[in-house]
Unconditional design. Structure first.
Length: 235
């Protein structure tokens, strides 16, 4: 197992794009992994190639480190979940206090498949953009969940994976700040232009903070975070 290699869970969104830059800044070999699970905002998958190409051209050393990209089909997850992320229903708050965009087990399944792929390819580090600071309340984004997953994976696969969550305790404004620290204004502009967050998959309406419907929870989080980021730069 290569101790200086990483596999980034890379959806094509702001958070995973920032995590990819974070990994490229730290590891010698970096591969990416996306999942097609029947998400309504499947357009995010088409953003991944432009983000990878853009980062590779921003810094030659990043381009030299960036390895293979993988996409795994997980349509069964979308078929059984029946959530606002995987079917054409309204985004609401459920009686259990979780938004209807919560896909049960999604991150647990993603990380398990990522570990299986990393095992086969000899990759030690797995990087994911989950966050419990500025998010929609998903329980599988919590730090305790990720720590428990690391223990389970290492026991179940008899290995020593390390799960990294660079954004776990950062809000969206701090995520933009991290992108600036890693790649300056060019990286911030690349993520603004090419990444996708909108749950409804809207890519034909442009805002100061990127493309999206502007009203879904993902757009609201991204817009508010970008506004706070701009305010912090003024100060």
């Amino acid at each position: 197992m290569n101790p200086n290699s990483a596999l980034v869970l890379f959806s094509g969104g702001q958070d995973s794009a920032t995590c990819l830059a974070w990994a490229l800044d730290r590891f010698a070999q970096v591969e990416t992994l996306g999942f097609d699970y029947g998400q309504r905002h499947g357009v995010e998958l088409s953003c991944r190639a432009a983000l990878r190409k853009g980062m590779a051209s921003l810094q030659p050393k990043w381009g030299a480190k960036l390895g293979e990209d993988h996409t795994l089909p997980l349509q069964t997850l979308g078929a059984i979940s029946q959530t606002a992320l995987t079917s054409d229903v309204a985004i609401t708050m459920n009686a259990n206090g979780l938004p209807s965009t919560f896909v049960p087990g999604r991150n647990l399944i993603f990380i398990s498949f990522a570990a299986a792929l990393a095992y086969r390819r000899g990759i030690k580090h797995i990087v994911t953009g989950v966050c419990e600071t500025d998010y929609s309340g998903y329980p599988d984004c919590r730090d305790d969940t990720i720590k428990a997953m690391q223990v389970a994976l290492n026991l179940g696969m008899e290995t020593r994976f390390v799960l990294h969550t660079p954004l776990m305790f950062r809000d969206k404004a701090a995520t933009w700040e991290l992108a600036e620290a890693l790649g300056g204004a060019p990286l911030v502009n690349l993520i603004l232009r090419e990444s996708h967050s909108c749950y409804l998959g809207v890519r034909d309406i442009e805002h100061e903070w990127g493309y999206g419907c502007g009203t879904c929870p993902a757009c609201e989080l991204r817009a508010k975070g970008f506004a706070r980021y701009l305010d912090s730069r003024k100060g």
